[in-house]
Design a protein around this ligand. Structure first.
Ligand SMILES: Nc1nc2c(ncn2[C@@H]2O[C@H](COP(=O)(O)OP(=O)(O)OP(=O)(O)O)[C@@H](O)[C@H]2O)c(=O)[nH]1
Ligand SMILES: [Mg+2]
Length: 478
């Protein structure tokens, strides 16, 4: 459950605390957990800085912030950063901060297992003692407000804060931590930063049909478009195949092993085919690789072999021994069918900032050979659900999320690819059932990948025709 505190309230509290951006995590709420002192202490003791917020039936909102942790040791605690505050009075904005008086900070908060939050020696704000039951509409707290003793009330009386009573519809305690909050998305107002047709079943069907009907250029004698999936350990490479496979199987599948480990979970090169429910195979292969590691694993030589189609399906990557033409199964004379037609770099959006320069350099070196061969490149930006609460709850908001937009920009800069080549996705990872929005996003990415692969095949076709013309010309000249 999210609390009642609004983003503007958090902005205001963050400004009053005054030590940079803050996140607010709901620890305790009387409507959810009961107005019971021991429950308050169970949930809020030893949690570091917290803010207590009271909401009353008249629409007044007020409370207290303490930097030190609550505890149950029957003691007054010293806190020079503590303050009481009001945010609204009778539903109107009335922001006021009431700081702890200098010289009174040793009595900033009282920690006792029979009390809820209690601020100030004069009971500047005492919330409740022992269990208080709800009237059904509100909780008539048995505390009171005598502001001005330990906290500087700046001429504002208790009545002007709590309407002269301690009835509340809610009392919440939030843990306050350093960090940037994701900004809420106002669904109706925000213009998408990338436009897509719509988020509905019809669009999902349209995407599905486009992908099912995808066929490589017949003259090229290529049966499948081969998509190389490459990227750091744990980025979601295998999960992407699982996501696509799930969509076409009509249920969640876990054919490729996925999970979290320090080293890559995927150890074999696997060119996955995807089949529709009836069993008919689709005309592409998602070629899953071992995750990139700093000092071992896939290197430029191996990448070159992968791109040229020299590496056989099910080849067991050996992080310490390089593949060479002498390796068993090495495909010495690959055909147009074996080569890679599109390369997909999979990057975890939530760890983009901490990618090491060695890994980035490695990917750039791979890009160099891809560029020489003219192979199109795409970035799949996974785990966008981790960037924003809103997107986590509703994946259809990706193209409205400023966080996702920002990370798409970062990823595009990182590998020097156009922003349009960066495709945000959320893989199936914890879901029991398919979800229309997750599927649309994944298929949108796959359709673009297949379009790019087709462009490359077009290019191969042009080259082939050019070569044929060249040989015919030579023949006629001789
Ligand atoms: N929240 C979230 N988790 C994801 C997403 N994609 C993958 N994961 C999780 O991330 C972890 C790693 O995913 P994998 O698919 O195994 O990653 P990989 O790139 O194949 O990793 P290696 O094979 O080990 O290199 C798994 O626990 C997945 O469940 C996503 O979009 N959102
Ligand atoms: Mg994997």
């Amino acid at each position: 459950m999210d609390g009642k505190l609004t983003d503007n309230d958090m902005d205001q509290l963050e400004q009053w605390i005054g030590t940079g951006p803050k996140t607010f995590k709901l620890l305790y709420a009387i409507t959810r957990d009961g107005c019971i002192p021991t429950t308050f202490h169970q949930k809020c003791d030893n949690q570091g800085p917290t803010v207590t917020v009271l909401y009353n039936p008249q629409g007044s909102v007020y409370g207290g912030y303490v930097q030190v942790s609550w505890n149950s040791n029957e003691q007054w605690m010293n806190d020079t950063s503590a303050f009481l505050y009001q945010l609204r009075f009778n539903g109107n904005e009335k922001p006021n901060k009431f700081p702890i008086k200098s010289g009174n900070s040793q009595n900033a908060l009282f920690c006792n297992s029979s009390y809820g939050p209690l601020f100030g020696y004069g009971n500047d704000l005492r919330t409740f003692q022992n269990t208080v039951n709800s009237s059904g509409i509100y909780f008539a707290l048995n505390g009171h407000m005598n502001i001005g003793y330990s906290y500087d009330n700046k001429g504002v009386t208790a009545d002007q804060i709590n309407n002269g009573h301690m009835n509340v519809t809610e009392l919440e305690v939030y843990k306050v931590e350093d960090g940037k909050r994701s900004k809420p998305i106002k669904k109706e107002h925000l213009k998408p930063w990338r436009k897509i047709k719509s988020w509905n079943e019809q669009f999902l069907n349209e995407l599905t049909e486009d992908i099912v009907s995808f066929k490589p250029i017949p003259d090229l004698k290529v049966t499948d478009a081969r998509i190389l999936i490459i990227g750091p350990v744990g980025a979601g490479k295998s999960s992407f195949f699982n996501t696509i496979n799930s969509i076409f199987r009509g249920r969640i599948t876990q054919k490729a092993r996925s999970g979290s480990a320090e080293q890559s979970l995927t150890t074999a090169y696997t060119q996955y085919k995807v089949k529709v429910k009836s069993g008919a195979p689709l005309n592409f292969r998602l070629c899953d690789t071992r995750g990139l590691e700093e000092s071992q694993g896939l290197d430029v030589f191996e990448c070159n072999y992968l791109l040229d189609g020299n590496i056989p399906n099910y080849y067991q990557f050996n992080p310490t021994t390089q593949i060479t033409p002498k390796t068993p199964g090495f495909i010495a004379c690959p055909t147009a069918d074996d080569v890679i037609h599109c390369a997909v770099f999979v990057l975890d959006a939530s760890t983009l900032e901490i990618l090491t320069s060695k890994i980035i350099e490695k990917m750039k070196a791979f890009q160099n050979i891809m560029n020489q061969k003219g192979i199109p490149q795409i970035i799949l930006l996974t785990k966008v659900d981790k960037l924003s609460k809103e997107v986590e709850q509703d994946v259809s908001l990706v193209f409205k999320s400023p966080e996702v937009e920002e990370h798409v920009g970062k990823a595009s800069q990182l590998l020097g690819l156009p922003r349009a080549n960066v495709l945000p996705i959320k893989n199936y990872e914890n879901e029991e059932e398919l979800d229309e929005n997750i599927s649309i996003l994944a298929l949108l990415a796959l359709r673009k990948i297949l379009n790019f692969a087709e462009d490359f095949m077009d290019h191969m076709m042009d080259k082939k025709e050019e070569e044929q013309r060249g040989t015919e010309k030579l023949k006629s000249e001789n």
